[in-house]
Design a protein around this ligand. Structure first.
Ligand code: S3P
Length: 457
């Protein structure tokens, strides 16, 4: 293994915001690391907290770019969001609605969840809300939320024949409907549920498969009337009946999507180490990647199972494993949707490789994640095949030294960083600052686990 040339490692407290080009060296990671609060729950804690009308205490909120976009958006909609940073690096404070018509266009930055969920909030308030975002977000579809909102009698406009942001919404009194969603998307479902909270009766949203149910659980935690049922044919049915919400503290546990990078790092490591991530959200609509890893014979254990605000939480320990192969398809894709890039690394080192199908939704994330995953692996000399609805990574491969473009996608950047830990030399990652969307402390935590890197630019 080559030695590290002189470079300027960033200080422990620095974040990745200004790191454009980082070089990561092979290393053995081990130890215990706490990850930031779950991104999905953090968005919802702020938005649902704002819909209560009295002050809601929040804690464990992720201090990341995407969640900051939600906080900023809500402030511009008249909500008092008071957050400060206690010693553990997360954000704690209070949220106080109501939500009102914003005085200006609302910038959701890089965050699809902010934009699509706020569309549902905006549908239920009088006035005009215009939601937009950065170049990546303005390439992501909004017709999927315009369709249900228009069935609910809400007027919306969007660019590119109604398909892309900016998205303008004339809110008011949504009509209660039964909406049949063509996609199993928690963002679409949540948009309808949040509009439904202000509708004139019970709204139902039926999706082809179950998706993350955080909006439903958190609404119930706040006294909301929500019923979620998984039907015999596998479809998911959610009913929301409008009612006044009541304040209750919301504590956000660690983000499993963030933890997945360290868990996969441990599982693919060549030498015998363990990585423990305490207090991680283990809602099964989010831990599909653990199920895939276990089906590949990975050593991943959950301990100290507990309930935090209606969500299951546990400590997770992962160890190097002799991985077999796996195929991921159908509803299992939804439960692992954000972890399909990092799972490619498990496929790469496994005996039989990893096949992913039915995952065309990967193409409408922060980047086209099917192509970006295959390109990132290719840049490191790893063979992978792009398919219309997924990818195949043959097993028995190790990454080589190389240069990866993050493609404006935090999860691609972090996947490349974890690949670097087992590569045959350093891996350069360009556009690394995108990691700030979900995990500004990634490099600090990489170092805490024994990783080595230098900031080039
Ligand atoms: C999210 C839902 C998922 C996921 C995204 C966060 C959420 O998107 O990919 O990162 O918080 O509701 P879709 O619901 O569009 O699949």
């Amino acid at each position: 293994m080559s030695s590290i040339p002189s470079g300027q490692p960033i200080e422990a407290d620095d974040t990745v915001d200004k790191v454009h080009h980082v070089r990561i060296w092979p290393s053995t990671l081990s130890g215990t690391i706490r990850v930031p609060g779950d991104k999905s729950l953090s968005h919802r804690a702020l938005m649902l907290g704002a819909m209560v009308g009295t002050e809601v205490p929040v804690s464990g909120v992720a201090n990341s770019g995407d969640v900051a976009a939600t906080a900023r958006a809500l402030r511009s909609m008249g909500v008092k969001v008071d957050l400060e940073r206690p010693s553990d690096g997360s954000l704690s404070g209070t949220v106080l609605g109501p939500v009102r018509e914003p005085a200006d266009v609302v910038d959701c930055g890089n965050s699809g969840t902010s934009l699509r969920l706020l569309a549902g909030v905006a549908a239920g308030i009088a006035g005009l809300t215009v939601l937009t975002g950065d170049a990546s977000l303005r390439r992501r579809p909004v017709d999927r939320v315009r369709a249900p909102l228009s069935e609910m009698g809400i007027t919306t406009w969007a660019r590119n024949d109604g398909a892309l942001p900016p998205l303008a919404i004339v809110g008011g009194q949504p009509r209660a409907v039964e909406y049949l969603s063509p996609v199993a998307s928690a963002q679409v479902k949540s948009c309808v549920v949040l509009a439904g909270l202000r509708a004139d009766g019970t709204t139902t949203v039926i999706s082809p498969a179950p998706s993350r149910d955080h909006t439903e659980r958190m609404l119930r935690h706040l006294g909301g009337r929500v019923v979620r049922t998984i039907m015999e044919d596998g479809a998911e049915r959610v009913e929301i009946t409008p009612c006044e919400l009541r304040a209750a503290p919301i504590d956000v546990p660690g983000d499993p999507s963030t933890a997945s990078f360290w868990i996969v790092a441990a599982v693919i490591a060549a030498t015998s180490v363990a990585i423990t991530v305490p207090a991680v959200l283990v809602n099964t609509t989010r831990t599909g990647f653990l199920a895939v890893l276990r089906s590949m014979n990975a050593s991943v254990e959950q301990a100290e199972a507990r309930d935090v605000g209606g969500e299951p939480v546990a400590d997770i320990t992962a160890r190097p494993s002799s991985l077999t192969g796996a195929s991921v398809s159908g509803p299992a894709v939804v439960d692992a949707i954000d972890e399909l890039p990092i799972l490619a690394l498990a496929g790469m080192v496994s005996r039989e490789g990893l096949d992913v199908t039915d995952a065309q939704e990967m193409r409408v994330k922060e980047s086209d994640r099917i192509r970006a995953t295959v390109d990132a692996l290719g840049a490191l000399g790893v063979t992978a095949e792009e398919r219309p609805d997924g990818y195949r990574v043959p097993g028995g491969q190790r990454p080589r030294s190389g240069v990866v473009d993050a493609n404006g996608d935090h999860r691609i950047a972090m996947t490349a960083a974890i690949a670097a830990t087992i590569a045959d030399g350093p891996v350069d990652i360009m556009g690394f600052s995108t990691v700030a969307s979900s995990y500004p402390g990634f490099l600090r935590d990489l170092r805490a686990l024994g990783g080595r890197y230098e900031v080039i630019a």
